[in-house]
Design a protein. Structure first.
Length: 66
């Protein structure tokens, strides 16, 4: 990541911060990199779920067309 990438500030529970730090250490990443990895993973799976849902909706005979 570039040093000039946008920054955001997020408040999270201490237990989540502790878990992020432990996961980052286990995966040899910084906490920031662990968060970015998690967000990318979430976005990819959300996209896959939306595609699967779209396919399921389109295959129903009475489904509204977009």
């Amino acid at each position: 990541m570039k040093q000039r990438d946008p920054q955001i500030h997020v408040r999270i529970p201490q237990s989540m911060k502790d878990a992020l730090e432990a996961n980052a250490k286990a995966n040899c990443r910084s906490v920031n990199s662990e968060i970015v990895f998690g967000l990318k993973f979430y976005a990819q799976h959300l996209e896959q779920a939306e595609k699967a849902l779209g396919i399921a909706v389109q295959s129903q005979p009475n489904a509204p067309q977009k």
